[in-house]
Every structure is written in C-alpha cells, then in structure tokens.
Design a protein around this ligand. Sequence first.
Ligand code: ATR
Length: 481
Amino acid sequence: MSKLCLTLTEKTLKDCNNILKTNIHEIDLIELRVDFLNSNEQKNIKYFNTNIPVILTFRKVVDGGLYEGEEKYRKEILLEGIKCGNFDFVDLEEDLIAPKLESAAKEHNVKIIRSFHDFNGVPQNLGKKLLKIRRNLDEIPKAAVMINNTKDLLVFYKEALSIKDDNKILLGMGTFGFNTRILAAKIGSYLTFCSKEGVSAAPGHVSPSILNGIYRFREIKKDWLLIGIIGNPVMHTMSPGLHNDGYSKLGLDAVYIPFETDDLQSFLELANLLELKGFSVTVPFKNDIIPLLDNVTNGVKEIGACNTVIKIDKMWVGENTDSLGFINPLLEKYGTLKEKKVTVIGAGGAAKSALYELKKEGAKVLLLNRTMSKAEELSKQFNTLFAKLDINSINKIKEFSDVVIQTTNVGMHPLENINPLDFFNFTGKEFLYDIIYTPKETLFLKSGVVNGCKTLNGWQMLLEQGYRQFKLFTGYEYPME
Ligand code: ATR
C-alpha cells in the first residue's frame, strides 16, 4: 500500500492547520510547502507542530514552486526546519548541494527526499536516473515528470516497473498521468500527493476524498486487478464511481482507472504491460478501437461501435453494452416500439447503438443529422429514412414523432445552451429520450416537458451499460443495493 500525502499550500500556518484538521482522517502525512507561506510565516515553521508525519519542502520556481529569492535564505529556513524536530522528511532537489543540511538531517533523524522534476516530459532512462540521484542510500529518490500523451505514459510505466526497489516516490503529472497517482502501490511508490478540495497544488492533484472515496487509494495493493476506461477527454466520466463502488461493495480487490488517451496502439501496449483485465471505451474511440482488437462480438460487428474490451485467453475481445443499455430503459418506460415511428437525432457512435436496437424492436426510424452524408451512410447500414437536421424536416419529424431520441452531445457542456431541435414544437403526445445525463434535463427535454411530453434522460442508460460491463469485467452481477 502507498501512503497519501496532502500538500499544504496555504499562506499561513494557521490555515495549514485548519486544512489538516479537515482532512486528517483521509491522509497519512502532509507536505508543508514553505514557498506558499507569507514570508513572515516562513520564519515560524518551528511552531508548526502536528501529530502526523510532515515533509518540509521549500520549492523554487524552476522546480515548480513559488520561491524566487536568495538560495542562502532558503537553506537557512530548511536548516531551521530540520533542527526544530517538527519535520520527519525534508525535500532536497537533486541539484542542491548542501552538506550542512544533509548532516543536520542525519543528526536530527529527518529523512531526505531527493527530488527532481521534469515539466517537459519523461526523461530517457527515468528509472536509472531516479536511482542515481541519491547522495546516499538512506535517501528516498523522488521523480515527478510530465506525461504529455499516451506514448509518454507507456515509457513512464515501463521505467517505473523496471525499478524493483519500493523506496522511491514516482509520479506522472498532468491529466494523462492522473492514473499514475492512483497506481502508486502498483509502481511501488512510497506515497502520492494530493491537494485540498477544489485546488491542484500540482498538475493532476485531486482531493483525498476523490482518491479514497472513488478509487480506494489507501487500500490498493500491487496485486489488485486493474480495469481501465479510455477516452479523450475522460476525466469527466462517472464510470469510475460506478465500477469502483461495485468492487467495494463486493469486497473485490480491483480498481477501475481513467486513462486519457491519444494513441490507441500505445494504450494497448500499456494495457498488456499493466495486465489490465479489460477497459471501457468512450468517445472518440468506439469505432477506432475495433480493428486493433483480436476479436469482436457479432453485435460489435453489426453496430460498428465497441464500448467494452475484455482480455480473454490473452486476446482482446470487443463487446458492446451500450445498445442494451440504451434500449432497456426506453422499453421499460415507454413500452413496445413495434411499428412505432421514431426520430433519431445524430449519426455518431451512440446513434449506431440506438438504431441497431430500434430496428430489432421493429420501430420505423427517421434519422436526422446536421451532416447529410453521415445520415445517408448510417441510413444505408440500418435501412432507415434520413433527413437533414433543420427546419425543412418539420413535416417528416411530425410523422415520426411517437418517440424522439437525441443521441448527440448537443445539450451537454459546453453546448448546454443548445437544443438541436429548437425549430420543432411538441404537442405533448411525443415521448422524448435524451441520452445525455448531465444536465439531468437538457434544453431538448425541457422543450418537451413544457408542452406535457413524457421524457427519459441518459442516467439509466449509463447505469445499465455499466452493470453489463461490470459483469463482463468481474464475472459478478452489479450489487444493486
Ligand atoms: P458519438 O460517438 O458520441 O455519437 P460522434 O461520432 O462524434 O460522437 O457523433 C457526434 C454526433 O453529434 C454527430 O451526429 C454530429 O453531427 P455531424 O455528423 O454533423 O458532425 C452531432 N453534432 C455534434 N455537434 C453538433 C451540433 N453543434 N449540432 C448538431 N449536431 C451536432
């Protein structure tokens, strides 16, 4: 298990203490960032007395901190901190030559964390470099490196897993590197850092309640089963909460982690390296992942979209749980769709799953899209009518208005102020289904509600496709209670 360290970036020691009090039950140690303190407070760190281990850090601007002053002053403050007995660790950068600090640390039993930062990317031979920066073997070497893309992430994990010694602190910064913080135990990092709610002291920091509440950070062990989700962007997804909650309720040693991705080939190599059991696939990779897999189900072939990948007998197999996730809530709330006239807005991946199931249920479908060529292509695949998403299609929509289904991202942030069907007036008889779940009621749904229409949003779809993935990944039914 790795430890969780809260980085304190307040201006006063009193505020640092208050933040510590609020978070104390969720963390193992804290890092006092002297460079964030007001200068008069910096001289008072000897009064910062806590009952939790503390790392003393006084970071210069070049290393990602705020301090721009004289090196002499910085060393004086660090020396005072080491001598005062309130600090268990001191962070000294790899290029800091300070024999006085080193001998004082030894004398006062303060462990040295020897750190380097690379805000450009993952350096060549990260593993070797990390072990070389120690000035003696008692020190804990630390590297924080920026992960700019999936290739960087792959190099990071290859290097991290090559170091067998767990006496190190290693993390990848940025959105692409967020998963390296969750997987601190997997890569044998002594700790990972986090920030108070709503603040990121460094790129990729989240709050202790996210790391513990969603990812069970302080329980994760090296041998836990890993399951991922890929997308771009991926950080907004609710899926980690859903899956990890299920693992927790069943007591499974498994964690579901987001991987912001920009290169599927590198991701698959990484998935093999980390021995992922499987991964969810979200926008924009539901189509592009298919040719890279060893096998896909007939459903995936017919729909042309894959949202679930599982490792079976060393092969990556693609499944689609979106389509049943889409149709079941609709059937439950609306009833049979046989011979019903249905309009579907959008011709992307989500529309494909919708069309596949609607045709299976015997509905008659009109497909509307902003770009006609895409509507035409999909209408051929699923044998539907199609029209342009504009005011000239009003009469056709009226004809196909038992159910009107919205499958685009229009209505969701940052397009929350747009209703893709704003030219159409509902009579109140139509049933509206929007697959968006944030906001709960899109402008499209609102425009129906004010006229008396019954509606359904995408929340139940999110859950249903997730429950099915859960079963595929773990072999267990989702614990509904
Ligand atoms: P997904 O896999 O989530 O369905 P996608 O394949 O990128 O994502 O498809 C997005 C859908 O939203 C498309 O139908 C797109 O219309 P175009 O084919 O014309 O691009 C639709 N869409 C996106 N932004 C839109 C907008 N501002 N107005 C109308 N439709 C929009």
